[in-house]
Ligand binder design. Structure first.
Ligand code: SF4
Length: 290
């Protein structure tokens, strides 16, 4: 069986940076200063567990207390949460991805200029919540499908922005529709990050050329789910897995080729284990037919 692994599979720049910052901080402060992360550092249970083994735990609410240092993950936090943390005087280790920071700054600037903000993304995703918190509270809309465009106010100056992990093709569709509504006067921010675009493009190409596609990453990871949807549209034999233990030999019956891609929060060691499992399954099959 031919096995193709996407060159971009695994940690993106922002996640690598955040995980390294957490590990460095854990080394530096443990055990005298209690370090926590606000929410799991990335959407990957295996990585979260390995950080917990080093003494870095996660809390969901800053009022929980019991910490001296707090690490902000790559998704960033709401503007008001950052303000509260500053007023508490705790040490803030800000691992917000610079691409997310850029999106926050765009929104802030557009809101100050009186634009009504349309954000394309999942309103429950922490990155969207952090970015959109920089908009004027009454003057934004988060949309996730074309039907939501009905809610866009037609007489406003519109600014359009996207979650960094958005499907590029879907964002293009929304831009076209918004341009019709705003008669080409909308301000459009290009905020899908390079890492996302490269991953999506590679995954599309690989899915088009294999019999089975594996997408490796946390079930809660937005960018992994996007990759799964993109691949499944092209190759219905697409499977989303978190670890090698979920790989089912039955998936490869009659398959001549398999592709592997992975979300931005999937560590290399998990991708390697999945690759080895697929190799082992392939070898076992070859022996059976020898
Ligand atoms: S996917 Fe892009 S924006 Fe998100 S953390 Fe990675 S590099 Fe940053």
């Amino acid at each position: 069986m031919k096995i193709i692994v996407a060159p971009s599979a695994g940690f993106c720049f922002g996640v690598k940076r955040a995980v390294n910052m957490a590990l460095d901080a854990a080394e530096q402060y443990k055990p005298s200063e209690k370090l926590i992360t606000l929410g799991p550092i990335i959407h990957n249970p295996q990585v979260v567990k390995s950080l917990e083994d080093k003494g870095v735990f996660s809390i969901d609410d800053i009022e929980t207390g019991g910490y001296n240092s707090i690490l902000i993950r790559s998704h960033g936090v709401k503007a008001e949460v950052m303000q509260t943390l500053k007023s508490k005087g705790v040490r803030i280790i800000d691992a917000t991805c610079p691409f997310v920071k850029k999106a926050q700054n765009y929104i802030n600037e557009a809101a100050l200029k009186g634009y009504f903000i349309i954000m394309v993304g999942d309103k429950n995703h922490p990155e969207v919540q952090s970015v959109i918190s920089f908009a004027n509270k009454e003057r934004f809309l988060v949309i996730n499908n074309l039907a939501d465009l009905e809610k866009v106010p037609v007489n406003e100056k519109l600014a359009l922005i996207s979650q960094t992990t958005q499907d590029v093709n879907f964002y293009k569709q929304v831009i076209d529709e918004i341009n019709k509504i705003a008669k080409d006067k909308a301000v459009v921010f290009d905020t899908i990050c390079d890492a996302t675009m490269i991953k999506q493009e590679e995954s599309r190409i690989i899915a088009s050329n294999v019999d089975v596609m594996l997408v490796v990453g946390g079930y809660n990871s937005a960018n992994t789910n996007k990759l799964k949807n993109i691949c499944r549209e092209i190759q219905h034999n697409t499977y989303h897995i978190e670890t090698e233990n979920e790989v089912n030999p039955e998936w490869f019956r009659n398959a001549k080729s398999v592709g592997i891609t992975a979300g931005a929060s999937t560590p290399d060691w998990i991708i390697e284990k999945v690759l080895k499992k697929v190799h082992d399954i392939d070898e076992a099959g070859l022996k059976r037919f020898a």
